[in-house]
Design a protein around this ligand. Structure first.
Ligand SMILES: [Zn+2]
Length: 144
């Protein structure tokens, strides 16, 4: 962090506090809580799936070693890998939308992918996650 030279000590402290608050804010947006994940899912469902996907819960999970996300159709719960924290929001949105779509279609057939067509960054996000996998940051891919 570079601090403008003309600042007095008091100004400097105030400026640092302001910058730290801004960073925290940014960090919070990049690492949403479980509640925020649920709110985001509701928004994505409304926007891209006509509000038809209604998960019972959406939570972060750190035991999703081989997956970016998973859903349990029987109880409507969705879990998102904590490895996605810190990744761009449009990548997280893609994984959320992917799992939401699974509440409507279990497999990966054409009907499933048709649901994701409305989201403009599906292909980019898939490529991004493949790149992460290829770079070895995760043992194996596949969002299920
Ligand atoms: Zn899937």
């Amino acid at each position: 962090m570079s601090i403008p030279a003309r600042f007095s000590r008091a100004q400097e402290q105030e400026w640092v506090a302001k910058m730290l608050a801004r960073l925290e804010d940014k960090e919070r947006r990049r690492r949403p809580s479980d509640d925020e994940l649920a709110a985001r899912s509701a928004d994505l469902s409304d926007r891209y799936l006509g509000g038809r996907a209604r998960p019972s819960s959406v939570r972060w999970a750190n035991n999703q070693e081989h997956r970016w996300g998973s859903c349990t159709v029987t109880d409507g719960s969705i879990r998102i890998s904590t490895r996605l924290r810190g990744m761009p929001e449009w990548v997280l949105d893609y994984v959320l939308l992917h799992e939401l779509a699974h509440l409507l279609h279990a497999g990966h057939g054409p009907e499933f992918w048709a649901l994701l067509e409305a989201y403009p960054r599906t292909e980019r996000a898939k490529g991004f996650l493949e790149g992460v996998t290829f770079a070895g940051e995760s043992p194996q891919d596949d969002e299920d």
